[in-house]
Design a protein around this ligand. Structure first.
Ligand SMILES: Cc1cc2nc3c(=O)[nH]c(=O)nc-3n(C[C@H](O)[C@H](O)[C@H](O)COP(=O)(O)OP(=O)(O)OC[C@H]3O[C@@H](n4cnc5c(N)ncnc54)[C@H](O)[C@@H]3O)c2cc1C
Length: 555
């Protein structure tokens, strides 16, 4: 079957043949040994999972429904092939990776269909609902919230509806700065089509290379340049979503006073309300200058205070990011070996001479885009604020490295799993007034959880997106797991972190969505009445639970 739709490895992140390597990063092995007690130099690497060993539940698809799908999309684009069904079973969370590596597939989609256009999506939706089947829209399969998996108890036919053939930028309204993009377009493809005409979307999640604009909308995604360009909730102005009775068409107006926002109901709906086929997004002229500069702060509190002050200033950087000392240590440890002059060594010697605690450095990246004069103006404002908080600018070098490395880091989880360590992330957003409290509470909760599971664990954090009233804090955690109990151990740590978020004024997710992973905390986040409103929406819009049932909430 040749659909020309790009998929990730069935067992892990990213492209076949690409992975994380540490041999060229001399600081990495000592760092991991110190962090979680795993000796990479001695660790045995697990064999790459073999598809032949995987037990894939047989397809349960009703023959008449398959016939109906073939009548809509053609034989070539409807498949019950085991490999394709496995690729469409999970996202890429730690839980997903552990399950797939351990042969834990309770339920896979019965059939995968690749429609060519919106009319075919409508045909599939109508056929599926008429047969009381389940439809799970599939973008890039990169979510980490358990948003894709069929329910293990599902007895009806489960259709994974892959949007991968809908990948065109359909047109740009140059006067308005709006681009119509088909929902299955993956980041690099759509950005190239925009760049070729002198535009950019300005949305760059770390999963950019393998996620789609429809998936971004369906999960309320946020990219690293959101400070300037907004989250996808700001960027996506217009939408088309196929429902059993027709298409919801939200026209791309800049703002509207038309009752509760249907656009907002669709944002973050994770496939529960219908299939998004097209998104009209705000686009911007590719900037004359694009720079990411590095800064160092002597403490986490100083870094946070500086980001806060920048958010209140006249500067509007694209990226404001500051890592705590632990995460900064991680970043330094992933630096490549240098022969000859090593600027990092020189810098460390300089800082030491000036009395900096080298273990306590907080590394920050701030991005600037626009005309040369605008960038110069913003950089001046930022430099003054950084200095005021005891920080130091270290130029473009670290920023260039960060920009190059950011899409490689996702391969790290598979590298660690291959060697017996589990790593994952949790992220939240909270008011500026609560950020330090949340940071400390999450560290305490994670460390308590590590004690409970009886293994040394690691946690590190960075501020990743700033807003007027607060920011997103992003935590990465890792520990050497117990083999068979990896998921149970993971649950203890993940639960502790999520609970610390809600207990200290943060949300359960700033940009990864709810799925099944974060659903247990939703009522604590948006209140039971908030959940009741949402249940009402889903129950009315989808009374027979044909659309991705039991994601976000169970009712
Ligand atoms: C290593 C890594 C890094 C990540 N970094 C970021 C980041 O920086 N920022 C961020 O926001 N997220 C990040 N994520 C999470 C993930 O990439 C996002 O949730 C992304 O938006 C999912 O898009 P997708 O196209 O892969 O959707 P999928 O994973 O295929 O689907 C996600 C959900 O959306 C639904 N859906 C998908 N397409 C449609 C559609 N057309 N119509 C209706 N429903 C649909 C699916 O049914 C599912 O419920 C990261 C994930 C990983 C593994």
């Amino acid at each position: 079957m040749m659909t020309a739709v790009k998929h990730m490895k069935w067992w892990g992140w990213g492209n076949e043949g690409v992975g994380f390597h540490h041999e060229d990063k001399p600081g990495f092995a000592p760092f991991v040994l110190n962090a979680v007690g795993l000796d990479l130099l001695k660790a045995t690497k697990a064999e790459e999972p073999s598809f032949a060993d995987l037990r894939v539940p047989a397809s349960n698809a009703e023959a008449s429904l398959i016939e109906a799908l073939v009548a809509v999309s053609g034989d070539e684009y409807v498949t019950t092939d085991d490999m394709v069904r496995v690729i469409h079973t999970y996202g890429k969370s730690l839980r997903d990776l552990v399950r797939i590596r351990n042969n834990w597939i309770e339920r896979a989609p019965d059939v995968v269909v690749y429609p060519a256009d919106e009319a075919e999506v409508q045909g599939i939706v109508s056929a599926a609902v008429a047969a009381n089947a389940v439809i799970i829209p599939f973008g890039g399969g990169s979510n980490i919230a358990g948003s894709l998996e069929p329910l293990p108890t599902e007895t009806r036919t489960v259709i994974s509806l892959d949007l991968g053939r809908l990948r065109l930028v359909l047109g740009i309204d140059e006067e308005a700065g709006l681009a119509r993009i088909q929902a299955g377009s993956q980041g690099p493809d759509l950005e190239k089509q925009l760049n070729d005409k002198g535009w950019t979307i300005g949305h760059f999640p770390d999963s950019f290379t393998h996620s789609t604009v429809g998936g971004w909308v369906a999960t309320r995604s946020s990219g690293m340049q959101s400070d300037k360009y907004g989250d996808i909730a700001d960027i996506a102005r217009g939408l088309r979503m196929v429902r059993p009775a027709g298409v919801v068409d939200i026209r791309p107006v800049p703002s509207a006073s038309t009752g509760p926002s249907v656009r907002e109901m669709i944002l973050g709906s994770e496939g529960r309300l219908g299939v998004i086929t097209e998104v009209t997004v705000q686009v911007h002229r590719t900037p004359e200058v694009r720079e990411i500069n590095g800064y160092l702060f002597p403490s986490w509190e100083a870094g946070i205070a500086a980001m806060h002050e920048i958010s209140e200033s006249d500067a509007r950087p694209t990226v404001t990011r500051v890592s705590d000392a632990r995460e900064s240590g991680f970043s330094f440890a992933t630096g490549k070996a240098k022969t000859g002059f090593d600027p990092q060594k020189v810098l460390m010697a300089y800082l030491k001479a000036r009395g900096w605690d080298l273990e306590g450095i907080n590394l920050s990246f701030i991005g600037f885009e626009g005309s040369a004069s605008h960038v110069a103006y913003e950089k001046k404002i930022v430099a003054r604020i950084v200095k005021k908080h005891g920080g130091l600018g270290v130029g473009k070098g670290p920023g260039v490295l960060y920009d190059q490395k950011k899409f490689d880091t996702p391969y790290l989880r598979d590298f660690l799993l291959d060697r017996g360590a589990a790593a994952d992330v949790s992220e939240t957003a909270a008011p500026w007034s609560r950020l330090n409290e949340i940071h400390d509470a999450v560290y305490a909760a994670a460390n308590e959880a590590y004690e409970q599971i009886g293994t040394p664990g690691w946690i590190m954090s960075h501020l990743s997106h700033s807003y007027h009233s607060g920011a997103c804090l992003y935590f990465t955690f890792a520990f050497v797991h117990d083999g068979a109990d990896a998921i149970a151990q993971y649950d203890v740590v993940k639960r502790a972190i999520q609970q610390a978020f809600v207990d200290h004024g943060g949300t359960i997710s700033h940009h990864h969505g709810v799925g099944r992973e974060h659903a247990p905390w939703l009522a604590q986040d948006i209140s039971p009445e908030g959940v009741a409103l949402m249940s009402g929406l889903f129950a009315t819009a989808d009374p027979k639970k044909n659309f991705n049932p039991d994601k976000i909430i169970t009712y």
